[in-house]
Design a protein around this ligand. Structure first.
Ligand code: ZN
Length: 509
């Protein structure tokens, strides 16, 4: 084992040295673009790695006047079948380079002829490095990093190759796993990590307004979603690190903007022991966790039962929050929890998608979730199918996250007409107390206005403004002093069931 570590260190050093050589070449090429003689004969070298029986084959080739560069390295093992395969794969890369360099050279000469000037960006660079992820008597796992640049921006991708070291057979990466559903597992885990990373980044970045932030996150989320779909192509680059982690390498542009470059996600092998192949578990000495009961895996969330408040007798008031969830919603939930107050949240589908965990929390802590459309379109300006889509998309998402089927609709801007009423089987919940918190953004004014509520009132507020959240503790104090009890919309109208197309502003006493 110790020998093995030394070996790994050595290969890293060798690769480092190779990278340095390349960098020096680049510097040289950039600085001495005009007076350096053309090198067209390829340099080929064989170096030993400290892995037993694994050598490095390196080929480096500059085109005329250094307008193209090929650098290829790949391992040479004791197994001829493996070597042939690696050679073949590398040759494909080399052929692609030659084609590209030739085409670029033609374009270069054309441009020169037409304009009398040399184009600056028509440079072809093809670079392939490899790394050894792990070796055993039976397995070899290599990772190839390939970089292609044809002027302007370059693209980088990496792909892992797994071989049976004895037979030389190339094996699918699925051989590292014991379960057919391993892709789903890798997908959901990397999605979670990438989403968290993005949310953190969103909090650190400066946005001109909340909408711009939402937009940014939505775009990011879509990219993560598509780049981590559970298909083999999305998970074709896997490394097993010395720290016993599975490292998933996502290509440039796969799960984020090009500026992110290649993105990696690390998962400790012990966390995914249930899906690892027996061989892998043995190699890395990882014990298999108890088979999880699949019914436990799917988190089921309970919405606590409604309170015992009877609004036909007690004086009730309903706090409602629109347009969330937002980055401030958790703070609001903390306050409501501390004061033991239940509220109703009319959420946007597109925000709920980004903050699914917040939705879970709202539901878990006994609040009611209502539909506020997918992305805050004025429903009265839409066709019937569009209205239905706005409502149904949100319904589906909330059901997916919580298992709950929403029964309340608050149309954006409170705008509805007959068509909206006919398009939904939900009750339309409006309000009779509007602090205009979106306009004043002042906790004290908002608190004073909300505190005007009486028995039966429905109070409108928005959990997307910090000033609104700040007002809530005082509002709760003031209204409790008036002898009012805080209830959800469902409780407010109980025992009557509110239903299809009914529009309600308050509970009459
Ligand atoms: Zn709204």
């Amino acid at each position: 084992m110790r020998e093995n570590k030394k070996n790994k260190l050595s290969i890293i050093l060798i690769l480092l040295a190779l990278s340095l050589t390349i960098m020096i070449f680049f510097l040289y090429a950039n600085n001495k673009n005009n007076d350096k003689p053309a090198i067209s004969s390829p340099k080929v070298s064989h170096e030993e790695t400290k892995y037993e029986n694994i050598n490095v084959y390196t080929k480096e080739e500059w085109g005329d006047d250094q307008r193209s560069l090929l650098y290829v390295s790949y391992p040479v093992t004791e197994n001829k079948i493996i070597n042939l395969e690696l050679e073949k794969k590398s040759q494909l890369f080399i052929d692609e380079y030659k084609n590209m360099a030739a085409n670029n050279e033609i374009a270069y000469q054309d441009y020169l002829k037409e304009t009398g000037e040399a184009p600056v960006s028509l440079i072809t660079e093809y670079i392939q490095h490899f790394d050894i992820s792990f070796t055993t008597e039976k397995y070899l796992l290599f990772i190839f990093d390939q970089y292609r640049s044809t002027g302007g921006t370059g693209s980088a991708n990496s792909v892992s190759l797994l071989f049976n070291r004895i037979t030389g057979e190339e094996l699918a990466l699925s051989n590292l796993f014991s379960k057919d559903n391993y892709l789903e597992e890798l997908s959901s885990r990397s999605r979670k990590i990438l989403n968290e990373r993005m949310n953190k980044e969103a909090d650190e970045l400066e946005f001109s307004n909340e909408a711009a932030k939402l937009e940014w996150r939505e775009r990011g989320l879509e990219q993560i979603d598509s780049g981590t779909k559970p298909v083999t192509d999305n998970f074709n680059s896997l490394i097993i690190s010395e720290n016993r982690e599975l490292v998933i390498v996502f290509d440039k542009y796969q799960v984020g903007p090009g500026s992110d470059g290649v993105v990696t996600v690390k998962i400790p092998l012990s966390d995914i022991s249930a899906i690892l192949s027996e061989d892998l578990r043995n190699i890395f000495d990882i014990s298999q966790k108890e088979e999880e009961d699949p019914s436990d895996e799917k988190e089921t969330i309970d919405n606590p039962p409604l309170s015992t408040v009877d609004c036909s007798v007690d004086k009730c008031v309903a706090l409602t929050f629109d347009d969330g969830p937002s980055v401030y919603t958790n703070k609001l939930l903390d306050i409501l929890k501390e004061k033991n107050v239940k509220a109703s949240f009319f959420v946007l589908g597109r925000s709920a998608k980004i903050q699914a965990d917040t939705i879970k929390r709202i539901f878990k802590e006994g609040h009611v979730i209502g539909n506020h459309s997918w992305d805050h379109k004025n429903l009265t300006k839409l066709s019937e199918p569009e209205i239905e889509k706005q409502i149904a998309d949100s319904d589906r998402l909330i059901k997916e996250i919580t298992g709950y089927e929403m029964t309340l609709l608050r149309p954006p801007y409170g705008s509805y007409k007959k068509l909206v009423q006919e398009s939904t089987d939900k009750a339309i919940i409006l309000w009779n107390i509007d602090p205009e918190d979106w306009k004043v953004k002042d906790a004290e004014i908002v608190s004073t206005r909300m505190s005007e509520a009486e028995a039966g009132s429905i109070i409108l507020a928005h959990d997307i403004y910090p000033s609104t959240i700040e007002a809530i503790p005082q509002v709760i104090e003031n209204l409790k002093q008036k002898g009012l009890k805080f209830v959800t919309i469902n409780e407010l109208f109980a025992p009557e069931k509110v239903g299809k197309g009914q529009a309600l502003r308050y509970r009459p006493y």
